[in-house]
Ligand binder design. Sequence first.
Ligand SMILES: Cc1cc2nc3c(=O)[nH]c(=O)nc-3n(C[C@H](O)[C@H](O)[C@H](O)COP(=O)(O)O)c2cc1C
Length: 401
Amino acid sequence: MRGMEHATVIVGVSGGIAAYKAVELVRLLGKLGVDVHVAMTRGATQFVTPLTFSALTKHPVEESVWHLSERGEIGHVVLGHQAKLIVIAPATATTIARLAMGLADDALTALVLASTCPVLLAPAMETNMWTAPATQKNVATLVKTGRYTVIGPESGALASGAQGMGRMSEPDLIAWHAEKALTPQDFAGVHMIVTAGPTREPLDPVRFISNRSSGKMGFAIAERAAMRGAQVTLVHGPVALDPPRGVHAVAVTSAVEMLDSLQALMKRCQVLVMAAAVADYAAQKVAKKKLKKQDLGKKPAIALTQNPDVIATIAKAKKKSTLLVGFAAETNDVEANALKKLRAKGLDLIVANDISAPGVGMDSDDNKVTIYDRRGVVLETERSPKTEIAEALLKTILDRL
Ligand SMILES: Cc1cc2nc3c(=O)[nH]c(=O)nc-3n(C[C@H](O)[C@H](O)[C@H](O)COP(=O)(O)O)c2cc1C
């Protein structure tokens, strides 16, 4: 789906204590569907066995330049030519120095020299080794070639027991960079705002009116758009999700706060995706103190007032060129209601989902949607994970940019 399946990715492991984290990195890269091969320095084999990597990747580990494949091929050359990406994690001071000098005296450095693909370098070493002028010069030499991107290192607990700079970045961050390097950056330069989650309208200091929106759909759109190179701002209500990597997240609570935040942000934006479930009503009066049973009298009732219509307000205020995408979560007459909303609010696209169907829509991991523009149906999806729905929507958006 993401166009990177079966791409050859080499994980180069050199001899540092963080070599054990490379095992997790290989597993995470495997989950992307890429074909992972591992090359290890001799030093690396002191820390983790090649058997572990072979079992995970289903390929023999490249450990030596002195062997040919069963077909008589020179392994590091063949793999070097196939590689779409090389990730060196951990990259020791020694391996960085060897790469900077252009040596090819082990399987890992020979493979890098025999390839032309981008290289991600995740250094890991003791603080003085990292700040040493020789290491810094070597890293600068590699970066200057334009082929290398350095990830980390970070500050934290080191293998020596000390705290300091030199700790390898965590495998999930390295895997995220790898996925980005393998993903076509077709949204590069596009500013996008995505709204997500519910809004919360207070009744008193402890109670509120809200809805079942989990924010998962909007978060998935923001995450995938950022992965494809967009500059994404995610304006979200109260949710139990971590902001996606590479996304600027703005947390708001009420519908009014969401509207204020959007109005401040929307000037430079080319695409607005409004996936938030904004409350239509708020309490007319918010009690300053916690309401007691007796405060509500014999016939308890909450007087409501209508919230501003966030989408309609934004539709009026936006630049003509800004693409506006809305969502319609409906329990009945899905198509009719979605098209009515699209026209009434001046949207370019609307993503409609039937939330009465089991297992899809609000608060679930899957969705099944129909995307409409002013002329009618653009796309109807199967029930799929929200990340895949997000990709389908992004493709529809890209066709219109
Ligand atoms: C327990 C232990 C941990 C080490 N950790 C690191 C490290 O994190 N980073 C590093 O650059 N070197 C580390 N070294 C030193 C390297 O293993 C050594 O410099 C070796 O030559 C690296 O060679 P290679 O890059 O070819 O694997 C460590 C050595 C030992 C014994």
